[in-house]
Design a protein around this ligand. Structure first.
Ligand code: ZN
Length: 653
């Protein structure tokens, strides 16, 4: 356990609240302490209000903020006097508590205070830090966890048995604290949940947290709980079809398209191949904080339907009348061949599940080595999963972008129309796989929603590898934009050699046959139906002299699209073409080339660019918007169609 306190850095922070920000971020930087919005911190300060009165204020972490990146604005200021009165009530429902916390803030635009606010208020220390430290959670999630905690910490910590976060937990802590705390007390352990540390200064509280967690880590090491990894067996099979099928089953069960991310590493394989997996993985999560994200249990193997049946039974056993069941799809899947797979409504959600379960595997393995990992009973976990405060949070989330949970593949995505298509798809929430021969494709877009793969589309083997990679990362391919192509220099048929012809055909036509054939199994399993858009050309309906190979390739590609529409309609796959013309904002059209072409026709550059019936400039972005619109429900009843996007052309009309 690393103590990250840096005196030089800390010296830059001056007020009590600023130092609270600093040490909160230090806690947030260590994933073995808190993950994704877990944990919370506070500081008590005296302030003078607008009418000149002195008030004690608790600044406590606001909901929606992550400790790793929190700022002063992420802390909610709540009046201590009222919090201490609330703590004396016999009972207070969760919605009442939320209302009281909100209405006692001194800044109306601050975020909602943490549900653990009253708990922070009753602890008589200036700084209070709370984490879900892996090592502490591991020790408490065992049959005799309480005894072990006592053995490690003696009377330095007050031990609180598990109670769901909220008013009842704060009340219990207040009682136990009054009875048991003394000058030796530096913290508090919440069984099956986490740990608190306190101090008069930000550094004292932080140092104690690090020291206390390090003691649990040392204990685990001494007990032989931290064991070397036995690497799992790797099978290097082609998983595209099986993963796409699994994702289809998950989406059917969930009722919405999902991202299925595969994390095949020596660690996940070792865990998923453990002979005792069925026993140790089916206890429950390490801390209730995780149950919302990971669901109570992982799916072992690939039978989503029976998982859903078991989830329904679990819901019916514990639910109060009137409660609506959440979707019954698993979020964590353990598979001996793939290791860990995680499921989410978005790439980000699946990644959070992966981070959480990466730590859960350690907690379970170490707890097992300690004599038996033991999570909370199902009823307690159910109470958290269906906690009305969490339900309200879920309902509050606005409508996600249209293609959230869907996956698109774009060829020739590093520039021009392909890049514009990738950008438009990302904007609509899709996970995007971009293929391009240009290695710059790898870093073309930031963020986890984009996967750039360098790929020569004329190489069948490279295409297979790229699709396998895409499906392992996101779970399938739902939409395809066939854009990669070349526009060769003008050449009359009288001088057209077969090498030139074949090269154009290989890229502009043959590669697309390979892509369609190899992507078909995925498109067939797209939860909302597969969609393909072919970037054709005005040259299909209206060819020009000197471009025989290009025009013939695009015409053949259009015919391939029409046959695919006939063959795949029964699979719910829609395939359509757009025929752009005069798209000048791409790499090949430099200012010089434009100038030369315009002069050739006796036009200015501006007139040349808008040389169409509508006198409009056709941009890459406009072509991309049309291509992406073809993937939306607006065109749900359209397949095999060809749509010009050329500003209006007499020969096409
Ligand atoms: Zn907590």
């Amino acid at each position: 356990m690393e103590n990250r306190w840096n005196p030089a850095e800390a010296a830059q922070y001056h007020t009590d609240l600023d130092l609270r920000v600093y040490s909160s971020r230090l806690l947030g930087q260590d994933p073995s302490l808190v993950l994704h919005g877990g944990g919370n911190t506070s500081v008590k300060v005296t302030e003078t209000n607008i009418v000149g009165e002195s008030e004690e204020i608790l600044y406590v972490k606001g909901s929606g903020w992550d400790l790793a990146t929190i700022e002063a604005a992420g802390f909610a200021p709540v009046r201590m006097a009222h919090l201490l009165k609330l703590a004396k009530l016999d009972r207070l429902s969760d919605p009442q508590m939320v209302n009281e916390l909100k209405t006692q803030m001194t800044n109306a635009s601050a975020p909602s205070p943490s549900v653990e606010t009253i708990l922070h208020a009753i602890l008589p220390y200036k700084y209070v830090d709370h984490t879900h430290a892996d090592a502490v959670v591991t020790v408490t999630n065992t049959a005799n966890g309480g005894e072990r905690i006592r053995e490690i910490y003696g009377d330095r910590l007050v031990i609180i048995p598990y109670v769901m976060p909220g008013f009842d937990l704060a009340r219990l802590c207040a009682e136990k604290f009054t009875a048991e705390a003394g000058p030796q007390t530096v913290g508090m352990v919440l069984m099956n949940h986490g740990i608190f540390s306190f101090g008069a200064t930000a550094q004292e509280s932080y140092d104690r947290m690090i020291e206390l967690v390090a003691m649990a880590e040392t204990y685990l090491a001494q007990q032989g709980a931290i064991q070397p990894l036995t690497p799992g067996t790797v099978s290097r099979g082609d998983s595209r079809q099986d993963l796409a099928q699994l994702r289809y089953d998950l989406a059917q069960t969930a009722g919405f398209p999902v991202i299925l991310a595969t994390h095949t590493t020596p660690k996940t394989l070792a865990f998923a191949q453990r002979p005792d997996l069925a026993q140790i993985s089916q206890q429950g999560p390490a801390t209730p904080d995780h149950v919302i994200r990971t669901k109570r249990l992982p799916l072992l193997g690939r039978d989503v339907a029976s998982y859903a049946t078991q989830y329904q039974a679990y819901f019916q056993t514990h639910a109060q009348p009137g409660l609506t069941m959440l979707d019954p799809a698993p979020r964590v899947i353990l598979d001996p061949e793939w290791g860990l797979c995680t499921v989410g409504k978005s790439v980000g959600a699946a990644a959070i599940v992966a981070d959480i379960y990466d730590h859960t595997m350690d907690v379970i393995s170490q707890g097992t080595a300690l004599g038996g990992y033991q999570a909370l009973p199902a009823a307690d976990l159910f109470a958290v999963e269906y906690w009305d405060l969490e339900q309200a949070k879920l309902r509050k989330g606005g409508k996600p972008p249209e293609f959230t949970g869907e996956i698109a593949l774009v060829t020739g995505a590093a520039s021009g129309i392909g890049k514009a298509c990738a950008a438009a798809l990302l904007k609509k929430g899709a996970a995007v796989v971009g293929l391009d021969i240009d290695p710059a494709i790898v870093g073309l877009f930031d963020g986890p929603n984009f996967c750039g793969i360098p790929c020569d589309v004329t190489d069948e083997g490279a295409i297979t590898i790229a699709i396998e990679k895409a499906v392992r990362q996101f779970g399938g391919v739902d939409m395809v934009v066939l854009n990669a192509g070349i526009f060769p220099p003008s050449r009359a048929i009288a001088h057209l050699d077969l090498d030139h012809w074949r090269k154009v055909m290989a890229i502009n036509l043959d590669a697309n046959l390979t892509l369609l054939r190899e992507l078909y199994p995925c498109l067939k399993l797209a939860p909302q139906g597969g969609r393909v858009v072919v970037i054709g050309s005005k040259n299909v309906p209206a060819p020009g002299p000197g471009v025989a190979a290009y025009s013939a390739a695009k015409a053949a590609l259009t015919q391939l699209m029409r046959v695919a529409a006939l063959e795949w309609g029964g699979d719910g796959i829609r395939i359509n073409a757009v025929h752009p013309n005069g798209v000048f904002d791409t790499g090949i059209w430099t200012e010089e080339v434009l100038q030369a072409r315009a002069e050739h026709y006796g036009l200015t550059v501006a007139d040349y660019k808008t040389n169409n019936l509508l006198k409009v400039e056709v941009t890459s972005a406009a072509v991309a918007d049309l291509a992406i619109a073809l993937c939306t429900p607006l065109f749900a009843c359209t397949t095999g169609a060809q749509i010009p996007i050329d500003g209006g052309n007499e020969r096409v009309i």
